[in-house]
Ligand binder design. Structure first.
Ligand code: GLN
Length: 487
């Protein structure tokens, strides 16, 4: 029987001829079939994946040098373009759309011999925190089928949690990789803004969006990051000259980190007391091991969520203007409409409720008379957050926060209350506002049986220490023998 622990172990097994890439793909296709009820995949490219696996097996046998992701079975969130494959952002407005090019990240995966097995469910246009806003229906948390998996990259998280692929890609604009990772008991990394090309990622809020990685081990996440990171002529926001090689995560096992946490974040009334106490215990443990752990004042906490929702909806209202029924995607059926009515009808029918809410909100905050009160103000908050963050990283290596104020909640619980849903993003949107990398590290299990993690962040382009720290703490908490995974 095929089992997966890490990419390194898998590669060892391939070289010892214990298994083949074809065995791996067959295993995942069986698992995907058995996990249909989870609704994680919206497309499965089974035949193609098998064919590619056989080609890779032949290549290996012929003695050709294997790529860094040789035979690694990967799922893609349905906002990442894969040439000649459907791409819909889980929206009716992109029904039957097929991508005509590869995202740069996808090109890079393929170049390193990865096997792309399918597209994964998500909230429509990556807007949401539960994966309930999808044209394909909700995704279930494999740990408890009555609970949400988080979102917006819910399918990507569940695919790794339930063993339906080895690693997956998602996108993170305000927490959509870290929060579902937290709810599902796996690792979720949002890289620095500008680390990974956004070319071929369907835009939600372009100054926040970043492709992120779900995995079970830090070395796996590091390896995928190493492959997909780096400059790209198609995306001028990718930083130049930042080499991203993450060779050895055990590099500095004795390093003592300077760790900050925000006092206001851990005393926040919305935070589950058990999550708070567990994190404080964990920080105390780190202190006892000789790391510096200090609470810092962070009086800007209450401004984070409003600033995020003003700026991202503004960007979204502009980005989503291209979906008009003329160029591609869904088009309203009535042939006799005049043009404005045609646009209105197409967009009213094509977009779901949450996406429409955000387009309206974004259009409002950008409109004459309100622009300064909302958009300009939110930009000022963003600047203050960046300045404050720079100051904190003068004295500290890492900022620790909860990933989410609660564990995965029951399906439907927050669907009628968008404000409550938005407020639950309080701990994740910060990293996107300031562009720093963040990771949710699976460490704990709540007495309600659900997993939860710790969120760690470093300054821009410091993914290596972030992953080294994550590796260290996962080893301490024995997360690699993770009981929350559902194989
Ligand atoms: N939950 C947040 C939102 O709805 C984050 C989404 C994301 O990161 N794509 O905007």
């Amino acid at each position: 029987m095929f089992t997966f622990h890490s990419i390194q172990d898998y590669h060892q097994a391939l070289s010892e001829k214990v298994c083949t890439c074809e065995d791996a793909v067959r295993h995942y296709l069986d698992r995907i079939e058995a996990g249909r009820h989870l609704n994680a995949y919206v497309q499965v490219y089974g035949e193609e994946a098998l064919e590619r696996a056989r080609a890779l097996d032949a290549k290996r046998r012929a003695g050709e040098k294997p790529g860094r992701l040789h035979g690694v079975v990967i799922g893609l969130k349905d906002v990442i373009a894969y040439k000649d494959h459907p791409l819909t952002a889980a929206s009716r407005i992109l029904k039957d759309f097929t991508s005509i090019y590869n995202a740069t990240a996808v090109d890079k995966l393929i170049r390193e011999d990865a096997i792309l097995i399918g597209h994964l469910n998500c909230d429509e246009f990556a807007m949401g925190s539960t994966n309930e806003n999808s044209a394909y229906g909700k995704v279930l948390n494999a740990r408890d089928l009555n609970r949400v998996p988080g979102g917006s990259s819910g399918g990507s998280a569940v695919a790794v949690q339930a063993g339906l692929c080895m690693v997956s890609l998602g996108s993170d604009t305000g927490g959509s990789v870290r929060q579902p990772a937290d709810f599902c008991g796996i690792l979720g990394l949002k890289p620095t803004y500008g680390r990974v090309s956004r070319y071929g990622l369907i835009a939600y809020a372009s100054s926040f969006d970043q492709i992120g990685i779900f995995g079970r081990t830090t070395p796996d996440v590091a390896r995928v990051l190493d492959v997909i990171a780096g400059e790209d002529d198609f995306d001028s926001t990718v930083a130049k000259g930042r080499s991203a090689t993450f060779p050895d995560l055990t590099g500095e096992p004795d390093k003592k980190y300077r760790i900050a946490y925000f006092k206001e974040a851990l005393t926040h009334p919305g935070l589950d007391p058990e999550i708070r106490d567990t994190l404080l215990d964990c920080l105390e443990g780190l202190r006892n091991e000789g790391h510096t752990v200090e609470a810092v004042d962070f009086d800007l906490l209450d401004y984070i969520v409003p600033a995020y929702y003003v700026l991202t909806t503004a960007e979204a209202s502009s980005n989503l203007a291209r979906f008009d029924g003329v160029k591609y995607g869904y088009r309203t059926q009535d042939p006799d409409l005049e043009l404005t009515e045609f646009y209105k009808r197409t967009r009213s029918e094509g977009f779901g409720t949450e996406v429409k809410r955000r387009i309206l909100l974004g259009t409002f905050v950008l409109s004459a008379g309100y622009y300064d009160a909302y958009f300009t103000k939110a930009q000022q908050v963003r600047k203050m957050l960046v300045d404050r963050t720079d100051l904190i990283f003068k004295d500290f290596d890492i900022i620790v926060l909860p990933t989410s104020p609660t564990t995965a909640f029951p399906i439907g619980e927050k669907m009628d209350d968008p404000i409550a849903m938005y407020l639950a993003d309080i701990y994740t949107v910060y990293a996107n506002l300031v562009g720093i990398p963040g990771i949710s590290i699976p460490l704990f299990t709540h007495t309600n049986g659900m997993p939860f993690g710790m969120q760690a962040m470093t300054s821009r382009f410091k993914e290596l220490p972030l992953l080294q720290f994550s590796h260290l703490i996962m080893q301490q908490y024995k997360s690699y023998e993770n009981p929350t995974l559902c194989d």
